[in-house]
Design a binder for this molecule. Structure first.
Ligand SMILES: Nc1nc2c(ncn2[C@@H]2O[C@H](COP(=O)(O)OP(=O)(O)OP(=O)(O)O)[C@@H](O)[C@H]2O)c(=O)[nH]1
Length: 338
């Protein structure tokens, strides 16, 4: 895999907060500053869950923490459906991240039940939880996620999207309110799109990793297969190019995967993927006029997979209608959800 891809450097709105400004904000709120202590000695390694309601920026955060795009992101809520492990090795420490689907409480299809089970599974057995919310906001949905946390696991409040908060002074009373809601171990106002904030968060999380040998090799970035990354990449493009018109119940399966010898390329991968939608009208939406949209989805996915796998990729994408799959437990499982 090519470790140079990184989507953490996208433009953010308001200027990033400097260290002094952050310290002042936290001091004004009277909460723990999160200033890094001494550098750690000896190998440390541990599991870090990234949890929060849909669309708060969990996948963006994990990709930036890992330094490579592992989990797909989009403006559409509930893009993430699987537990994904991202790995970052830095200095003496290895961070093993578990990204979770946005926990949601509004609908109860078999798909949603499966998503919520994945969240509960992810937070039961980790060394530290990053509870992600949008800075300055705390809704009923956030409260429901927070109520799942068992006592005993250190939980950091990650107040993300700080760049979108233009009146920073209003954050101090909000942080104070958050302190009353839960015994958070640390408060970290930040933007997942700001590299310095990401490094600062790693410094803070490092202190919660137990001293033990690393579980993965230094250059490993994820335990997910290339086949899985391929289906996720097609799904990301699908959601990017269809926007809110397409229900999130659409999914992608990879039906064929073969690696073929090639004289021209050091790797040549042939992939056939299927986009599964609920209705004929959704199928037409995905295909677009004259097949334009499907072509864009396939082209962008192929280009991204070529970078990711460092290979020449031949990608074929089909669209199939399977009505009611998100309500059918057996089918939800057959599409790879737990
Ligand atoms: N301005 C700004 N936008 C952000 C930041 N972090 C994430 N976003 C945007 O928020 C949207 C949602 O991000 P995701 O990372 O897909 O969110 P998620 O929590 O993983 O979403 P689900 O998969 O629905 O659970 C995307 O449009 C991101 O670009 C941030 O720090 N600042």
């Amino acid at each position: 895999m090519n470790p140079t891809e990184d989507n953490s450097g996208e433009d953010a709105g308001a200027p990033a907060a400097g260290q002094d400004e952050l310290e002042a904000m936290l001091a004004a709120a009277g909460v723990r500053s999160g200033r890094p202590a001494e550098p750690v000695q000896g190998q440390h390694c541990g599991l870090v869950a990234i949890v929060g309601k849909p669309n708060v920026g969990k996948s963006t955060l994990m990709n930036a923490l890992v330094g490579q795009k592992i989990s797909i992101t989009s403006r559409k809520a509930q893009t993430t459906r699987h537990r994904i492990t991202g790995i970052r090795s830095r200095g003496q420490s290895q961070f093993v991240f578990v990204d979770t689907p946005g926990f949601q409480t509004r609908h109860s299809t078999a798909l949603n039940k499966s998503l919520n089970r994945a969240v509960l599974g992810a937070i039961g057995d980790v060394d530290v939880i990053l509870f992600v919310v949008e800075a300055g906001s705390f809704t009923l949905q956030d409260a429901k996620v927070l109520s799942l946390f068992k006592p005993g696991i250190p939980t950091l409040l990650v107040a993300n999207k700080l760049d979108t908060v233009h009146r920073r002074a209003e954050l101090a009373p909000w942080l104070k309110g958050m302190q009353e809601r839960h015994p958070f171990a640390e408060f970290v106002p930040m933007s997942a799109k700001n590299r310095r904030d990401i490094e600062r968060l790693l410094d803070i999380v490092e202190r919660y990793l137990p001293e033990q040998p690393w579980w993965y090799a230094e250059d490993e970035l994820t335990d997910r297969s290339e086949k899985f990354l391929a289906s996720e990449t097609v799904r990301e493009k699908l959601f990017r190019f269809t926007g809110d018109e397409l229900p999130y119940t659409s999914t992608v399966t990879v039906d064929q995967w073969s690696e073929e010898p090639s004289r021209q390329h050091k790797r040549f991968v042939r992939i056939a993927a299927t986009i599964v939608v609920e209705r004929d009208s959704h199928k037409a939406m995905v295909i677009g006029e004259g097949g334009e949209r499907l072509k864009r989805i396939s082209t962008e996915a192929r280009q991204e997979l070529e970078r990711l796998f460092d290979a020449k990729v031949f990608l074929e994408v089909w669209v199939k209608v399977r009505s009611g799959w998100a309500d059918d437990e057996a089918r939800v499982r057959s599409f790879g959800y737990e």
